[in-house]
Structures are given as structure tokens and as C-alpha cells.
Design a protein around this ligand. Sequence first.
Ligand SMILES: Nc1ncnc2c1ncn2[C@@H]1O[C@H](COP(=O)(O)OP(=O)(O)OP(=O)(O)O)[C@@H](O)[C@H]1O
Length: 479
Amino acid sequence: MAGFAATQLPSLTWILSTKTSLPCLLFPRKNPNPKPSTTIKRFLSSSSRSKLPQTPLKSSLITNTAEISERASTLREICEGHVPDHVLQRRCRLAEEVGFVLPTDVQRQSLPTLLSGRDCILHAQTGSGKTLAYLLLIFSVINVQRSAVQALIVVPTRELGMQVTKVARMLAAKPMEHEVEQKTCTVMALLDGGTLRRHKSWLKAEPPTIVVATIGSLCQMLEKQIFKLEAMRVLVIDEVDFMFRSSKHASSLRKLLTSYSSINDHQTVFASASIPQHRHFLYDCIQQKWTKSDVVHVHVNPVQPMPSRIHHRFAICSKNERHQTLLSLLQSDAPKSGIIFVGEQSEKSKKAGNAPSTTRTIEFLKTSYGECLEILLLEEDMNFNSRAASLSEVRQGGGYLLVATDIAARGVDLPETTHIYNFDLPRTAVDYLHRAGRTGRKPFSDLKCTVTNIIMSEERFALQRFENELMFDCEELSL
Ligand SMILES: Nc1ncnc2c1ncn2[C@@H]1O[C@H](COP(=O)(O)OP(=O)(O)OP(=O)(O)O)[C@@H](O)[C@H]1O
């Protein structure tokens, strides 16, 4: 794609301001949920009052109790006539096994809009089922008889890519009775750390219908013109705020969006649980033509970004006592499965030849924690095979304790996780939200899940700031 390499865009207000507070701060903390009509009006009037330049915004906002699809009560009813029967059947068979009958809020609110062909910003809590929403859209538009890539899902990490690919392949698999048909939907995982030579041959010989890609690998294919955007119908950018926040990803992403915007008959979906400054983002999307002007912002739980069934706690100790405190917490909680988040090692500490905090924590737990749980490591610096091995061991069932850096904080779906421990506090409220969101991932479950912060007294202030921004309360534990 010649356009891909050539296009340059000015930097955007939204991208510059993503590190500021969350959109929920626009609403007073103890306010009850506004009625949908009020919220829509407030959005429109505040848009017109705001300093944003005036463009003919046709975009709209859908919030919690949106009237759309109120009558449709099951996923099948919402998708019938759009999504091929074998995909819905697949869902139903799964439904019988694990209860995927009812749509989650974000699916109920977004699917009618997505299936009508409009661009969409899926802005809903962690673990709310955004992946299935955009995958059902993709299955509604692809034509497996065409030999071309028709849908592209861009993700920030290999781990998230592997997970999305797995769900897409599961939906694409046809039941036995359909196997007489010649063509099936194929899903390629074009992810960092994969063997690009093999993908190159695959793309040239028989393009897959759906590609799930990390931006680095995708750009290599686009630049060599092995991957063409021409036949694309849907582009999804998952964890969009993270992608734009990363200096490694942002400019490639802008180029991709600009190239894609010149294609006829295309649809764009952005997804994340956190879209700071979302009105700016919406505005920029329209201005840059990354979306059509009637893009819909589906904002589920706008006043409560944190899933309510997550219970938050903190324990204060001195720096030297942190491992011991973690151990005491684990012994009293006895979690079946949990994730311990540890901060990235600083460059200074690397240069000084210190062992990373992750390694020290894992060694400590292996020698002192008696429970027979798998204790595994997941961090950026590991090679891709070790990372994959850790995650697949975790997924095999039986309990686990995963010691991880923030690489595990975005999108990774380990529904059995009941306990999160912040051994080191995250840097921002957005990071806190995504770490906490690795638990509480069974949409219709009442299971209580906890996030426990191990802090030093001087960090109480930072944690309080997260509480205010994300609107949750944290209970102090006395140890
Ligand atoms: N309709 C449904 N009924 C029951 N479970 C569902 C349904 N839809 C999705 N799930 C399950 O909910 C979990 C979370 O879904 P998903 O990973 O799509 O969340 P997400 O909104 O993308 O979260 P994050 O923002 O953290 O990436 C998954 O285990 C998925 O299988």
C-alpha cells in the first residue's frame, strides 16, 4: 500500500491528553446513574459548549439503559439474520455448556448498531464481553467465498492476540454437518514473535478471512505490500487508548487508520475499558476521518468504570516487609487462582545488576508458600515461547499464582482469577483499572473478587487518588 508509507498526520489533542484524568470525572462521584435521555442531552450540550471546533457531529452516545434492542433478549435474537447460523449454533452449543445465552450489557447495547453498519466506539468495563461483540459483527459481514482478508483486529500484545484468535477460530469452526461445504473462514494470528516467513507465504497463497495482528508485524506486511487493505470490511482496534499512548505503536496506527479510511464500504470499531478524554477522541476520529461522522459511542456504566463486584483492600507495611506481608495475605486468603502484579525493573536497577523484583518475588513464593499452586512468571523481557508456556499452563486449570508485570494487565482473560495483588502500585488510575479488571471476568457471576494493594504509608495518597478517579472504596486491612 503506497498510501500506508506516505501518509503523515499532525499530532492530536486526544493523544496528548490521554494521561490526564478519566472521563468519569466529568460526573460527580456520588451521583446516581443519570437517565439515558439526560446523559445524551448532557453529552450533546457539553459538546456544543466545549472549546472543540464545531463540526457537524452526527455521532451519538448510547449509555446503560439504551432503548435499543430492549425487546431482544438473547444473543441469538439480536444476531439472527445477520450472523451465519453455524456461528450462532456454535454460540448456543457453548451456551448450553457455559451459559452464553444472554448478551452482556455492552453486547445488548452495541450489536444492533454494529450490525446496522455504523462505526462504533465500544467503551465498557473490563471483562464485559467486548470481544464477542466485535467478533459477531465480523462474522456478519465476511463472505468466505471471497479469497481476501476482510477483517483485521489490531491488538497491543501477542498474548491478547492469541486469545482473540482462539475465540475467533472457535466461532469460525463449522459443525460436522457443514463440512461438505468447500470454504471455511480462516483466522491468521499475525503476531510479534511469530514466523513471518510462513505468514507471508500464507497471505500470498490463500489470504485468510480474518487477521488478528500486533501493529509491528502488520506494518511489515503492509510495507512489503503482502497484506492489502482493499477488500477489508471491518477494522477493529482493541485497547485503543493503550495503542495510542504507546510511542511504539501510535504513529503506525495513525497511518493504518488513514489508509483504511480511503476504502469504500468499511466499518471501524474501537474498543477499550478506558478511553480518557473520550469526547476529544470521538471528535478526532471524525476529524481525521478514522470513523464516519455518525460514529456511535457505546458507553456502558459511564459513572462507574470499575466493575462493582470487585472488593478493594490495602495493607500498609514497610518496604522490607512487603514479601512477608504478601505471604500473610496469601495464607489468609488461600486464593485458588491469583495474579501478583509487580512493577517493571528500572533501567538504573538493571544497570546495577540487581535481580528483577519479579524474580525475587517468585523465588520467595516458591520457597515459602506451601500451597500446591503453580507459581508462574509473565513479564515483557521473557522470550515469546516462555510467555506462551506460562499462559498455557495457567489456562490448563488447577490453581495458579501468576507473578506478572503490566504486560498481563491488558485484555488477558483468565476467568478463574479471583484475587489480584498489587505488590507494587500501578503508575496510573488507568493501569489500576486494567490490573483490577483481570478478575471479576464472569459476566453473570456473583462471585466476589478482590484486589489487594500492598503499600507503604507514603503511598496511601496515590491509592486515594485512584479511588477518587475510578470511584471505588478501598478497605484497610490490619495485619
Ligand atoms: N454473553 C456472554 N455470556 C457469558 N460470558 C460471556 C459473554 N460474553 C463474553 N463472555 C465471557 O466474558 C469474559 C470477558 O470477555 P472479554 O474478554 O470479551 O472482555 P472485554 O470486555 O474484552 O474485557 P477487557 O476490557 O478486560 O479486555 C470472557 O471469558 C468471555 O468468554
